[in-house]
Design a protein around this ligand. Structure first.
Ligand code: NAP
Length: 455
């Protein structure tokens, strides 16, 4: 490899892991590298644009670092290119010296209970994609007319969804939530949002900043039953040895439980040790049946939820299942169905015999599963790229042929959206937002996005 023939790497995906991988590839020169970032959508940044809650603009500001990476020599953005559809994995392996998949975890985990597929039972990720303006989710219509919504899960996504449903028009308007979502949420009939955790307050997966915010909402009280905070012996022991994060979570919950409700229009109720066992309804979901759990330590030392005989039916108008994401396989690329990841050793993708496939790597959620915060992906992607560069220096990468992806895509009639196309979208969205005191007003359809990208 030389400056005139740098290492040619395709990074598939354009979320945090993809950008950190590209940034690390382009920062050194041993060997020099050129990166084509290949993205299915006409827009970059993955979940930073389309997953992070719109009322968390500070978190979205991480995109400034990605803009800087995109300016580095050797970087190209190739949007509107779906791998497995307009270009195959094998073709990428021929066109590049190395391919790094950083495609995230693109579907939701299932509960596996009766009634889960009733209309009105949604994956939380569908609501998230809708209020964030993802062009594939704008046709969805959420019936928010019922008085109660149930959110299943105790992670940060569950809190995002519960909080977004509880925001007032005044809280939503300064954000880049789409206009139809602002209208639907502000005008919704929802009075109570019940968040269900199958284990206890000590085992919740959310983080203190996000939990604390639930007590600061202008239009919604936070309700926690003090009885739910009485800890069993397994949880007492876990709390005593727990991280500051868990200790802080429990302190915040105790503060919530001690509060007198202010009588706001809406309420968010956090409940624990309750697993959904069925959803009922004639034409759409009308209730969720839950079983009360007790907690016990299993042989691996993990506190587990065990069902008791106590059941309860919670009437509701809509349900959001927020029990984690799951990776999606790509044709021709090894995949571990149970884990929802590409089997790998420190980012080197492994074949069925456990041997690394030369030139094939994974980073981010498709490598380690859907855990951690945005910054976690920096260390993760850096590790993958270090292995890739080691392999390049050791001469074990296959050499790409001389073809160019843009020629292949032109033959197939694909409109490539390169970085200037995205910059045109970005500038227009920001200009539309500026007039209204909002960070941006997003383009929400493929047609609009591709038209603006074309100039
Ligand atoms: P998560 O953190 O893995 O939480 C999943 C939740 O679902 C857990 O409470 C889990 O309970 C529960 N669950 C799983 N299976 C269940 C079942 N069958 N019945 C009932 N509950 C079940 O996932 P996430 O909320 O989707 O978040 C994904 C990642 O993105 C996390 O790392 C999260 O921190 C991050 N994120 C961060 C932010 C932020 O920083 N503001 C915002 C959004 C997301 P158990 O623990 O009992 O398994």
């Amino acid at each position: 490899m030389s400056a005139s023939r740098p290492l040619r790497v395709a990074v598939v995906g354009s979320g945090p892991a993809a950008f950190y991988a590209a940034g690390h590839l382009l920062v050194g020169d041993d060997p020099p590298a050129a990166v084509d970032m290949i993205e299915r959508l006409p827009t970059p940044w993955g979940l930073v644009r389309l997953g992070v809650a719109p009322d968390h603009p500070k978190l979205k500001e991480v995109s400034r670092a990605y803009e800087k990476i995109a300016q580095r020599p050797g970087f190209r953005f190739l949007g509107n290119v779906e791998v497995g559809k307009v270009v195959e994995h094998d073709e990428l392996m021929r066109l590049y010296d190395a391919v790094v998949y950083a495609v995230g975890a693109q579907t939701d985990r299932q509960l596996g209970i009766p009634g889960e597929d009733l209309p009105g039972s949604w994956a939380a990720t569908e609501l998230v994609a809708w209020y964030n303006g993802h062009p594939d989710y704008q046709h969805l219509s959420f019936d928010l007319s019922g008085e109660r919504a149930v959110v299943i899960g105790n992670g940060n996504v569950a809190l995002d969804v519960a909080r977004m449903l509880a925001l007032t028009r005044e809280e939503l308007e300064p954000t880049d939530t789409t206009d139809p979502a602002i209208e639907a949420i502000a005008e919704s009939g929802i009075r109570e949002i019940v968040v269900l955790g199958r284990r206890g307050p000590v085992q919740a997966a959310w983080t203190p900043t996000e939990l604390h915010e639930m007590g600061e909402l202008a239009g919604a009280d936070i309700l926690v039953d003090p009885v739910d905070l009485e800890l069993d012996s397994a949880s007492e022991a876990e709390l005593a040895a727990a991280s500051n994060i868990v200790q802080r979570n429990v302190e915040i919950l105790r503060d919530f439980a001690a509060r007198e409700p202010a009588g706001k229009w809406r309420a968010v109720r956090l409940r624990f040790r309750a697993s959904p066992v069925a959803m009922f309804g004639e034409e759409k979901v009308e209730s969720v049946e839950i079983v009360r759990n007790r907690l016990e330590v299993d042989s691996a030392g993990r506190v587990r939820a065990m069902p008791t005989d106590e059941r309860e039916v919670i009437p509701c108008g809509i349900v959001f299942r927020s029990v984690g994401y799951h990776g999606v396989p790509l044709p021709g690329v090894p995949f571990d169905e149970a884990m929802g990841t590409m089997p790998n050793a420190s980012g080197r993708v492994l074949d069925a015999s456990g041997a690394p496939i030369p030139g094939l790597y994974a980073a981010g959620w498709i490598k380690r599963g859907p855990t951690g915060v945005i910054g976690t992906n920096k260390k993760d992607a850096t590790e993958t790229v270090e292995r890739l560069l080691e392999d390049a220096r050791a001469g074990v990468l296959p050499t790409a042929d001389s073809g160019r992806i843009e020629d292949l895509l032109a033959e197939r009639g694909i409109q490539l959206v390169m970085y200037p196309g995205w910059e045109a979208i970005d500038a227009l969205e920001r200009a539309r937002g500026e007039k209204l005191g909002r960070p941006r007003v997003k383009l929400r359809t493929w047609d609009e996005l591709l038209k603006v990208a074309r100039g």
